[in-house]
Design a binder for this molecule. Structure first.
Ligand SMILES: [Zn+2]
Ligand SMILES: [Zn+2]
Length: 153
């Protein structure tokens, strides 16, 4: 009995942690965040619960970024932006996409549409700022980006 209560407490904690952030965390992030509070929590438990939440429609998977699956407790249809430099997954603000046009085209082709996800790829604001800061500094003269070990004859 007690074991079961403990289990549902962890389940609640995992869901709450996921709902408290918009960083689209990995299972490992959730594990690290909750480990101090629940010392007997295992990564396997986190994965199991995430799979269950998905089945219940409480969360969605955003997909795999840099080899790790990312999760989102915001299940309303919205577009994602994934930074190709740092791997940040960011909600595109203000738009709730239905993908109506694409879905219609798919249906015309005889396909049964169940969901639509829109993912944009590019460079996030933080990475762009870092890049701008680097550009301001008069860095070393390695303009061409060629290997410094030039071949001599
Ligand atoms: Zn970035
Ligand atoms: Zn999201």
């Amino acid at each position: 009995m007690d074991k079961k209560r403990n289990y549902s407490k962890k389940r609640e904690a995992i869901l709450a942690a996921l709902r408290s952030t918009d960083c689209h965390p990995t299972a490992e992030w959730l594990y690290r965040t909750l480990k101090s509070q629940y010392p007997d929590l295992s990564l396997g438990t986190v994965y199991r619960n995430l799979a269950q939440f998905r089945e219940e429609g409480l969360i969605i998977s955003v997909g795999v970024v840099n080899g790790q699956e990312r999760f989102d407790a915001n299940v309303r249809p919205h577009a994602h932006f994934i930074c190709s430099r740092c791997g940040a997954v960011i909600d595109v603000p203000g738009v709730f996409v239905s993908g109506g046009e694409v879905a219609r085209a798919a249906r015309r082709a005889g396909l049964q549409v169940e969901s639509c996800e829109i993912v944009l790829h590019g460079v996030c604001t933080a990475c762009l700022e870092k890049q701008a800061q680097r550009a301001e500094k008069p860095g070393p003269k390695s303009s061409a980006g060629k290997s410094p070990r030039s071949v001599r004859r």
